[in-house]
Structure formats: structure tokens, C-alpha cells
Design a protein around this ligand. Structure first.
Ligand code: COS
Length: 379
């Protein structure tokens, strides 16, 4: 099973796999401990265009389909989920530009990404993570400009981005219909990054507050029209959630790989533990969950490619993959026993990395709201 790719896709996958094996996987063990953001590693990855997989051909990208992109993202997550998170977060910031930007904005941001720059999507606030309509950041009209004030939190790539997409209330009395989205570039006076989060996992990614203090932007920095910010954000998350599922699948697959390798070499009671049915059944269940999640992701991406509705399927892919990645990581630790609990072996890191996939880009409780709404409709 897995991904069915054409020859070009298979070649790309082989190249990305080699890069991840040689330049990411082992190196990130150290960065996971130190919490360092590995600048050189990211520069090499961007030189290869790994941050630019989603740039359409018309804006200068290689124009690969979503399923090929998913296969490449999975490879990145298998090597290191923080690395995968950094690469996909730029594309999370890019999506609202592609959804609602002018041709000029689309080209400008595409050029930045193609030149190895990073981006960020600034939606979450200290008082409103799951509820983006509770937007305290404001954008007040001043002549031909807007002046933005507020604070966003848990922003991936917060301190290392060249472009930021930011939601802000342009009409505080209008709820989610009073939210607008803006495209802002680093270096704009008043825009700064707050302290970096000291995270449990995905420690090779950069997560900070992003602060706006009298940030003046021209009205042309708005994406779409005034009041469209909430819908643009929702459409962005619908799209991005499927790729979040891919990251979780990557972690689950790495857990299966590590547990299989260990069960073949670890001998107890005179034979490798993989000869015992207790272990075989655990590995089979881990594989069932991982492959099912991958196929759910592929299904949601196929719907997107075909222009069909995918809101529910994208939420299922993210939710299921996030949940099973934690389960599969726990099973991998169990199979490795005491060694699984030790930092000497990679699976405890995989569990720490997996946990965020039940939380970011909409908690799995939010995904269940989206799914149940799709199932039940309005009544
Ligand atoms: N695509 C397009 N439009 C959407 C949409 C979507 N996926 N979801 C909602 N909308 C539209 C609705 O159609 C509605 O438009 P009208 O008022 O014109 O009819 C409007 O947006 C408001 O929708 P709704 O009333 O359903 O909004 P809610 O506040 O009830 O939304 C959920 C609740 C939970 C769906 C929403 O708040 C959500 O997704 N939260 C999670 C956010 C998140 O993931 N945060 C983490 C960010 S990490 S980057």
C-alpha cells in the first residue's frame, strides 16, 4: 500500500529520503536535547526546495501533486517531526495567501519561499486557541493604513519568518465576521517575536509569541476583503489538517520501523522477541493503525485534488492520525521495554513528538466538533 507515485515522484522521494537519513535523523537527536534551532540543516533543506513543495508551477514551483507532497512530508516527519513542522508551517502561512491573496501577493510570497525563506500563520491568541473568533488583536483603520496591536501565541516559525499572515479584528462588534487577515513582512516596525517556548517535543521547530505594537501596514496588506479573515482561516485549516495527518503518520511509521528492528534482534527466552505472538500481534495492530491513517490522508488529499468537498475527511485524517501516532508510539515503547523508556533509544522522543499532533492546528476535540457537525448537519 502506501503512496502510489509516478516515476518523477519516486525519484523525488528517494532524494528526500536520502537527505533525511543523512542530514536530519541522527543530527536531530542532539538538537532535541539542546532545543537548538538547527539553522544550517534548515538552509540545506531549503536549498533543496523542501520548504517549497506547495508552490504551484505558475508561481515558479515544481508543481507536484498533493499526494507526492504528502509522501515527501511523511519522510521528513519520520526523520524528525520538528523538521517536518518547520517546513509545513511555512506552507500553513502560505495557504491563506493562495486562497485570498492578489496575484502580486501570491507571487511575492512564492518568491520568498522559493528563496528559502520561512513563513508563519498567526491565528492563535493567549485567550483563544480553539476559538479564533475570540480575537483580541485589533487592526484599526488610519487613513490608507491599518494599525495592528496584539499578541499571538504558539506560533511555529515565530522568530524565523520572513512573512506572517495575521488575523485581527477590524470590527470588534461583529464577532467572526469582524475579523480580517493581513500579510506582513519581517522588519515591519513594531513586529517582534516573544520568548521561545521550551517544548516537550518537536524541539527542532521554533515556537514563539508574535507581538504587534502599533504595526502600520497599508490597506493593500489585507488578504481578501475586510471581515473575511475568519473564513480564510477556516479554509486554511481545512487544507492544512490533512498534511498534519501526514506528519503523525510519519511518526507512527518510524515507531513501527524501530519496533520491528528491535524485535528481530532482542533475544529473550532463547529467541528474538519478534518470534512471540504477543509481539507480532502488537506490531500488526501498529501497522493496521498506521496504514489506515495513511490511507485516510490519501483519501482526503484525493478529494482536494478532484475539487470535491473534504472538510470532514481532512478532520478525520488529522484526528485519527494524531490519536494513533500516540498509541503506536506507546506500543513501540512497550516493545522496547526499559530501553524504550530510555533516551538512548529513539522511541521516547517519538512519543513526545506525537503528542502535539493531537493538539496543534485544532485539537482533536475540535476535529470531533467538525466531524460531528458534518455528520449531524444543522438541526
Ligand atoms: N470553510 C469555510 N467557511 C467556514 C468554515 C470552513 N471550514 N467553517 C466555518 N465557516 C464559515 C461558516 O459558513 C459561517 O459563515 P456564515 O456566517 O456566512 O454562515 C462562519 O464561518 C462561522 O461559522 P460557524 O458559526 O460554524 O463558526 P464557529 O465559531 O461555530 O466555528 C469551529 C467553530 C470549532 C469550527 C471553529 O472555531 C474552529 O475550527 N476552531 C478551531 C480553530 C483551530 O484549529 N485553532 C488552532 C489554530 S492552530 S494554527
Amino acid at each position: 500500500m502506501g503512496y502510489i507515485l509516478n516515476e518523477e515522484g519516486k525519484d523525488l522521494l528517494a532524494t528526500v529520503k536520502e537527505f533525511c537519513e543523512n542530514e536530519v535523523k541522527e543530527q536531530c537527536k542532539e538538537y532535541d536535547i539542546s532545543g537548538e534551532w538547527p539553522k544550517e540543516m534548515y538552509e540545506k533543506a531549503c536549498e533543496m526546495g523542501l520548504n517549497a513543495l506547495e508552490v504551484p508551477e505558475e508561481y515558479g514551483g515544481i508543481g507536484i501533486d498533493k499526494i507526492t507532497a504528502a509522501a515527501l512530508y511523511e519522510e521528513m516527519a519520520k526523520a524528525d517531526a520538528g523538521f517536518y513542522t518547520t517546513m509545513t508551517a511555512t506552507n500553513l502561512g502560505y495557504k491563506p495567501v493562495l486562497i485570498a491573496g492578489t496575484e502580486e501577493q501570491k507571487q511575492q510570497v512564492s518568491d520568498l519561499i522559493l528563496n528559502g525563506k520561512h513563513g508563519a500563520f498567526c491565528l492563535t491568541e493567549p485567550m483563544g486557541g480553539s476559538d479564533p473568533s475570540c480575537c483580541k488583536t485589533t487592526a484599526v483603520k488610519d487613513g490608507d493604513d491599518y494599525i495592528i496591536n496584539g499578541r499571538k501565541c504558539f506560533i511555529t516559525n515565530g522568530a524565523i519568518s520572513d512573512f506572517y499572515v495575521v488575523t485581527a479584528a477590524t470590527d470588534k462588534t461583529a464577532g467572526n465576521k469582524g475579523i480580517s487577515a493581513f500579510l506582513i513582512f519581517s522588519g515591519t516596525p513594531g513586529l517582534s517575536a516573544g520568548n521561545e517556548e521550551n517544548k516537550m517535543g518537536i524541539r527542532t521547530s521554533n515556537t514563539t509569541d508574535v507581538v504587534f505594537e502599533d504595526v502600520r501596514v497599508p490597506a493593500s496588506a489585507m488578504l481578501g476583503k475586510e471581515g473575511e479573515g475568519f473564513k480564510i482561516a477556516m479554509k486554511t485549516l481545512d487544507l492544512s489538517r490533512t498534511f498534519v495527518g501526514v506528519g503523525a503518520v510519519g511518526i507512527a511509521q518510524r515507531c513501527v520501523d524501530e519496533a520491528v528492528a528491535y524485535s528481530k534482534q532482542r533475544v529473550t527466552f532463547g529467541k528474538p522477541i519478534g518470534k512471540f505472538q504477543a509481539i507480532q500481534f502488537m506490531l500488526a495492530d501498529m501497522e493496521i493503525k498506521t496504514e489506515t491513517a495513511r490511507q485516510m490522508v490519501i483519501h482526503a488529499l484525493t478529494l482536494q485534488e478532484m475539487g470535491l468537498p473534504f472538510n470532514k475527511e481532512s478532520a478525520i485524517a488529522k484526528c485519527y492520525a494524531g490519536d494513533i501516532s500516540v498509541e503506536v508510539a506507546l506500543d513501540a515503547i512497550q516493545i522496547l521495554g526499559g530501553y524504550g523508556y530510555s533516551r538512548e533509544y529513539p522511541v521516547e522522543k517519538l512519543l513526545r513528538d506525537a503528542k502535539i499532533f493531537q493538539i496543534y492546528e485544532g485539537t482533536n476535540q475540535i476535529q470531533r466538533i467538525v466531524i460531528s457537525r458534518a455528520v449531524m448537519g444543522k438541526f
